[in-house]
Design a binder for this molecule. Structure first.
Ligand SMILES: *[C@@H]1O[C@H](CO)[C@@H](O)[C@H](O)[C@H]1NC(C)=O
Length: 279
């Protein structure tokens, strides 16, 4: 890392840029805070301290190491939006508490983000999407499906229908709060959940599938090993272990059956014509 001083022109420019981007996001933050009726004064106070730390204290204490500082402040920028998301608890059909974070913007439009297999709401794709949506003025909600992350319930391998049900509870919750749900976005297994949702309910018009698996009968052997069907029939379950032999998760026969009986093509055909899909 090259160490150079504050009088370096490029350095000063990047400082200025960093400050601007921070100010911008803190301004957004203050607006959303005041919209949830938090004291504007407090937000102003915080804004001053933040700008002071980011634009004066950090550069001085690090002797302005290089362009990395700029990216560091951008990360901070993201961190601020993430840290200020509001925690929301929603009960699913089975009464399990689903934990999610609402990134607030100054509108009633909402996009719901769904994580993939063995991931959580804190998956970087969802965090980045939520921050980008919120700064574009659209509320974003990312949550943990039951059995994942902070949500209650047992982790399951298949469970596609249950995830679509969880999503149903989330959509209902926000519809009751008078949010206008403009899109459902799912990454990987979450992509299947949003598609399945759209095939059953026809109330959200934009569905985004990011890298969802189309043929669910494929890609199982890689995780469960050879002859998984025979083995699971015999024992009723297969425990998946990592390379070091450490237990990772249990796949029950029922959850495997759920996966094998989920037909993406069939459910895609039941999605209403007015719905716009994207992948
Ligand atoms: C979801 O997206 C992936 C690629 O991102 C694609 O392979 C798959 O076919 C899509 N699923 C549907 C039902 O469109």
């Amino acid at each position: 890392m090259v160490t150079h001083r504050f009088d370096n022109f490029a350095e000063s420019c990047c400082q200025a840029l960093a400050c601007l981007s921070i100010v911008h996001s803190v301004e957004d933050l203050c607006r959303s805070w005041s919209s949830v009726s938090l004291q504007q004064n407090f937000a102003d106070y915080l804004l001053t301290i933040m700008i002071w730390i980011i634009c004066i204290f950090l550069p001085y204490s690090f002797h302005c190491k290089d362009i990395n500082l700029y990216f560091m402040t951008l990360d901070l920028n993201l961190w601020i939006t993430v840290a200020c998301a509001q925690r929301v608890l929603i009960s699913n059909k089975l009464g399990e508490k689903l934990v999610g974070l609402l990134h607030e913007a100054c509108s009633k439009e909402l996009v719901i983000l769904c994580h993939g297999f063995r991931a959580t709401k804190d998956d970087s794709i969802l965090v980045d999407l939520a921050a980008a949506l919120a700064s574009a003025g659209v509320n974003a909600f990312r949550f943990d499906f039951a059995g994942n992350g902070e949500s209650e319930g047992l982790f399951q391998y298949g469970n596609y229908r249950k995830e679509a049900d969880d999503l149903r509870s989330v959509v209902s919750y926000f519809s009751e709060q008078k949010y206008d749900i403009i899109a459902l976005v799912g990454h990987s297994k979450g992509g299947n959940a949003v598609l399945l949702y759209a095939s059953m309910y026809h109330d959200v018009t934009v569905i985004v599938n990011i890298s969802g698996r189309f043929a669910l009968e494929e890609g199982i052997e890689g995780r469960l090993g050879k002859n998984f069907l025979q083995r699971i029939k015999k024992d009723g379950y297969i425990d998946v272990r990592n390379k070091k032999g450490k237990f990772e998760y249990r796949v029950t026969e029922e959850s495997l059956r759920d996966r094998l009986s989920t037909d993406t093509l069939l459910s895609s055909r039941s999605i209403s014509k007015g719905c716009r899909g994207s992948h």
